[in-house]
Design a protein around this ligand. Structure first.
Ligand code: DC
Length: 225
């Protein structure tokens, strides 16, 4: 049976993962957070003392990496690095920048492509990332570009950090958001952009529930689920 795929792309902080996870639960699809895979590679570089922007050094590290993805009893996606569950470690703020740097390397993207496609061949998926509709699953049944103004995304990220008990400064968070957008959109390989045929979902000024209803409506207009 042909598997169904919903591709959701957009900049960081637009609410992609929260909304995509909930959408997957609602539809009975598997949620795949591809950013978590890039974060795991970023964490691996950091732990090995490799500069995440050094293409040659990172490429040399890849064949020796054991990256695993699994689903816990909680139904959440867990990431494993060399056998260790790194699901929490990859969420540290400093790993965001490492992930964004390794994600700009062609060798890293090529290495992770098949892993993502295989998951989509074997399951009905809601997959979120930056290049899902453009590169990973260009034939996805539904493509969504989910975004919000940078200030709104920084504000959400800031509150998230505070809730987690981490120290944060709003201006600093906004600068990081803008910098990460720039890196994700201006890189040469698979830059973040709205895929052909992708529906636009702008969540600026919408709360989580309103954003979810918008997303669900866009999906149901395009796929019988
Ligand atoms: O969504 P996130 O913040 O967890 O993603 C971490 C980094 O990985 C982000 O800087 C962009 C990059 N990424 C990517 O280049 N392609 C994807 N499909 C997913 C994430």
């Amino acid at each position: 049976m042909k598997r169904r795929g919903i591709a959701i792309d957009g900049p960081s902080g637009a609410g992609k993962s929260t909304l995509a996870r909930r959408l997957a639960r609602e539809l009975g699809f598997v949620y795949v957070d591809t950013g978590a895979i890039y974060r795991t590679v970023g964490l691996a570089a950091r732990r090995r003392g490799i500069d995440p922007a050094d293409g040659e050094a990172v490429a040399a590290m890849l064949p020796r990496l054991a990256i695993g993805m699994g689903y816990g009893e909680d139904g959440l996606q867990h990431m494993y690095l060399d056998g260790e569950d790194v699901t929490r470690a990859i969420r540290e703020n400093e790993i965001s920048a490492c992930a964004s740097k390794v994600a700009a390397l062609p060798a890293v993207r090529a290495f992770l492509l098949e892993m993502q496609r295989r998951t989509a061949r074997e399951n009905d998926v809601v997959m979120d990332g930056r290049d899902i509709g453009t590169v990973v699953l260009p034939q996805a049944d539904v493509k969504i570009y989910l975004t919000a103004a940078a200030e709104a995304r920084a504000e959400r990220r800031y509150r998230e950090l505070l809730e987690r008990g981490q120290r944060a400064d709003l201006d600093q968070v906004l600068r990081e958001v803008v910098e990460r957008d720039r890196r994700d959109m201006e890189r040469e390989v698979s830059p973040l952009r709205r895929a052909d045929g992708a529906a636009l979902a702008d969540t600026t000024g919408l709360d989580l529930e309103e954003s979810f209803q918008l997303l669900l409506r866009l999906v149901r207009e395009r796929l019988d689920v």
